[in-house]
Design a binder for this molecule. Structure first.
Ligand code: SAH
Length: 400
């Protein structure tokens, strides 16, 4: 391991770090220039020279490194990584004992004690996300710990640290045996096809597990379902399996068509019985309004930011307007499942967006369900930005 550098926190930032804030920001330091290398270990001191914490340097969108321990005697070495990862695996032991769910998050960054690192299980394979070149310096340690603790059949990895903090296109195979893709994993008994070596995304977002289950078990029966920003259509598959009368999936990515067909087929549903449209969601809204089409359930799960030929969508600015479009094509007493992974605003603000949209339409509504990240995505109490997922099931009520 590398030598440790001493960093001093400015007086007005001391409290935050003493109280446990895990993300190191440049503004907090009196001597930021002494940080010199991705993966360097640092010791954080207060203005009096007392020890506050220890961590590693790694440039990410929002910070320059992560705090790893507040105990002066804790060394950041092989054993440290082993302890943290073993604790995370133990915490997931109920998941490891399930046969109906084989994909879940095993390690969730700062929520499990190491910011900038996530590890997901996909059946016998594992996927590591490295969020900085800094954490990537510990790659060998972390791979060897994983091989020691769980003997995966194979490990894949995503390097998410190009100049803009984005995914680096590469062969993502790391060690072990290569998988045959698509790989089929299970979630609450549903089969999901994933590919761990085909770009930044795998085919499924594991953090929506509980939402998909609720949709299938309580809301889908007998309903028509519109799934917007549908990607590989996993919400549609859960809807269909829950007894939805019909599903429509809309996504502008060309590949979403074959990927969605495959997800249906993997679950014994003939994709020809469902509608899958490769189209801009905003065009689809116009089309549906023009043809008087309404849906019993509308799923809204847009990216935080997206640019298509005609539209730029930013969740923070445009979500209320998106909700208004959805309200127009939801049946009376129908349900909108509104989701966002935007870390830039919290649940209170998101609920405010819902009120604003319904107020504009002069319609009453009722929030039926509320979700944030599931248990395998623990967050850090001093880092609320990590708690990004917000999902609401909203009933469109009729005017009195
Ligand atoms: N709801 C999906 C994940 C959505 S990921 C799931 O649970 O699996 C975001 C998706 O939005 C991407 O597939 C992207 O192609 C799509 N997208 C972004 N802008 C869009 C637009 N204007 N119209 C349709 N799809 C869009």
């Amino acid at each position: 391991m590398t030598e440790e550098i001493k960093l001093q926190v400015q007086k007005n930032h001391e409290k935050k770090y003493k109280e446990g804030c895990p993300l190191l920001s440049k503004e907090a330091l009196t001597n930021p220039e002494s940080i010199y290398k991705e993966g360097s270990l640092f010791k954080l001191m207060d203005t009096e020279g007392n020890f506050i914490a220890r961590g590693y340097y790694g440039l990410q969108n929002k910070g320059i490194g992560w705090i790893l321990t507040h105990k002066e005697k804790d060394a950041i070495d092989h054993l440290f990584f082993q302890r943290k990862i073993a604790a995370a695996i133990n915490k997931r032991s109920p998941f490891y004992h399930r046969e109906d769910t084989t994909a879940f998050r095993v390690f969730n960054g700062e929520g499990d004690g190491i910011g900038g690192l996530t590890i997901d299980r996909y059946g016998e394979y594992y996927l590591i996300n490295w969020y900085s070149l800094g954490i990537y310096q510990f790659r060998e340690e972390i791979l060897s710990v994983l091989n020691l603790l769980i003997q995966p059949r194979g490990i894949y990895e995503k390097k998410r640290f190009d100049e803009k903090g984005q995914y680096v296109e590469d062969d993502d195979f790391a060690t072990g045996t290569r998988a045959d893709f698509p790989l089929v994993v299970k979630e609450n008994g549903v089969r999901i096809e994933v590919n761990l070596n085909d770009g930044a995304m795998t085919g499924v977002f594991l953090d929506q597990r509980e939402v998909r289950k609720k949709l299938r078990d309580k809301y889908a029966m007998g309903k028509t379902l519109l799934n917007t920003f549908s990607y590989t259509g996993v919400f549609s598959v859960f809807g269909a399996l829950g007894g939805a009368k019909h599903t429509t999936s809309v996504d502008l990515a060309k590949r979403s068509l074959e990927l969605t067909q495959a997800q249906f087929l993997a679950n014994g549903i003939d994709p020809e019985t469902q509608e899958i449209r490769v189209e801009d969601v905003f065009n689809f809204f116009d089309y549906a309004v023009k043809h008087g089409q309404k849906y019993g359930i509308v799923v809204l799960d847009p990216p935080s930011f997206a640019r298509s030929k005609k539209h730029t969508f930013s969740a923070k600015k445009d979500y209320p307007a998106l909700l208004e479009r959805a309200i127009d094509i939801t049946e009376d007493n129908g349900v909108i499942i509104a989701s966002t992974n935007a870390a830039a605003f919290d649940m209170k603000t998101f609920k405010g967006f819902v009120s604003k949209a319904f107020q504009k339409k002069e319609l009453p509504f009722k929030i039926l369900e509320e979700y944030s990240l599931p248990r395998d995505f623990p967050t850090h109490p001093s880092f609320p930005e990590g708690d990004y997922l917000k999902v609401l099931f909203i009933k469109k009520e009729t005017s009195p």
